[in-house]
Design a protein around this ligand. Sequence first.
Ligand SMILES: Cc1cc2nc3c(=O)[nH]c(=O)nc-3n(C[C@H](O)[C@H](O)[C@H](O)COP(=O)(O)OP(=O)(O)OC[C@H]3O[C@@H](n4cnc5c(N)ncnc54)[C@H](O)[C@@H]3O)c2cc1C
Length: 459
Amino acid sequence: MKDQKSHLLEKFLFGFLNFLSDHVLAIALLLAFGFVFLQIFKRESHHKNAKKLLDKAIKSGTNEPMTLHPEVEESMCVGCGACTTVCPEGDILRMINHKAVLVGPAKCVGHGECERACPMGAIKLVFGTKTRGMDIPRLTKNYETNVKGLYIAGELGGMGLIRNAIKQGILAAEDALKNLADAGNKKTDCDLLIIGAGPAGLAASLAAIAAKKSYLTIEQGGFGGTVYNFPRQKVVMSHPFDLPLIGTKKFVSNKVSKEELLDYWNSVRSKTGMKIKEQTRFENLEAVDGIFKVKTNAGEFTAKKVILGIGVRGSPRKLGVPGEDTPKVTYNLIDPEQYQNKGVIVVGGGNAGVEAAQMLGEKRWNNRVHLLVRSQTFDRCNEDNIKRITDMASKNLVTILYNSSIQEIKPDMVTVKTADSVLELPNDFVFVFAGAEMPHKFLMSLGVQIEKKFGEGLG
Ligand SMILES: Cc1cc2nc3c(=O)[nH]c(=O)nc-3n(C[C@H](O)[C@H](O)[C@H](O)COP(=O)(O)OP(=O)(O)OC[C@H]3O[C@@H](n4cnc5c(N)ncnc54)[C@H](O)[C@@H]3O)c2cc1C
């Protein structure tokens, strides 16, 4: 019986192998066609989805980017799609008809991964479009303003992200210190005065130490810049960056908590002996005979070159509604644990607002959180954050109100207008994350020219 079975099996295998060898070409062709068909099908459905995203952006008016975004030179795009898979913010570029197309420009924060991934050099990051200009300070490629010897590095120059601020701080400091002779032989308190101790100021200070030049870094608050004011345990996303004297720093999965990042910067500070004059507020400066006189609340300092790395968080964008000037309205969130069993409204559908709503909406705090989003989608927020907040909304931890805005803030109530109704929401705290006003008037008072960029890069 056993012999008969193995004989049958042998016969079957033999027959099957014979069949394969007789039809090997046909089978190979079939598999190849199947593979090609699958690829075409996948590509077509990818294009269809991308087209849907583009239509959605056109409908919501977010297809015309007002700020920083990637611009694709269509004639140079070979349709490889490399740029569509690298952006940490998600769907900004997608393939439509074999060309990279902007489908979510408002989400761009300036990582520049698409620019680096394009093998043809067909992508560059630009400010504004041909028809819609964006105001930013006029800067050279080394971040010098039109005021000779005065530099702007970091977010104040129009581009966000820690890694960009670090890169710009280094470039600005190196250029400034290379050209000290411009100031002649005049005696000054330092060669380079750096204003602001965020990532841009930190990197510029390290570059000055590395160049063995005298420098003074002043900071109105404490070391760390905007990161210091991030919510407790916020996950900070940062690709690797290079620091003078230290080398390349890379975090696991490009993520690090606020506390770990500040600890790291503090370790860099003590390792290099970096000096920072804290609680020193910059007020004004003037260029006199090739040097700068810098006024602060702690007196006047003179320097041959100055770097402004003051960021933009000093002037958060306000809503301009009645009741906004009350203590229950704030423009950042540092300690979510402070808010428990409260009625909370978070305004803003960008990453900062969405992350704040996630933290305040955690079940353990038992808050009633409403997230107000101005448009009908999250068009300024990365995919991970969208997924997390919609997940929380499905568990009733957060209520998302699209197409909504605040009309009035009262002591225990907030009036909210949505597309089809006006709601009165019982409320204890309002958190506004509507971005920041660029301090252009202040810069102009220092002599810095502000220019409108119509689809151009920096410098
Ligand atoms: C909620 C939120 C989340 C973010 N998440 C991320 C993230 O995950 N990854 C990322 O890469 N980026 C993130 N960013 C952006 C990032 O924080 C900024 O792009 C970066 O900090 C800019 O660095 P900067 O040095 O230009 O300015 P800042 O970090 O803003 O530092 C400027 C410093 O200048 C000081 N200053 C201001 N005015 C004066 C004055 N008159 N005199 C003296 N000092 C002054 C300020 O006190 C501050 O310390 C986030 C931003 C926010 C608001």
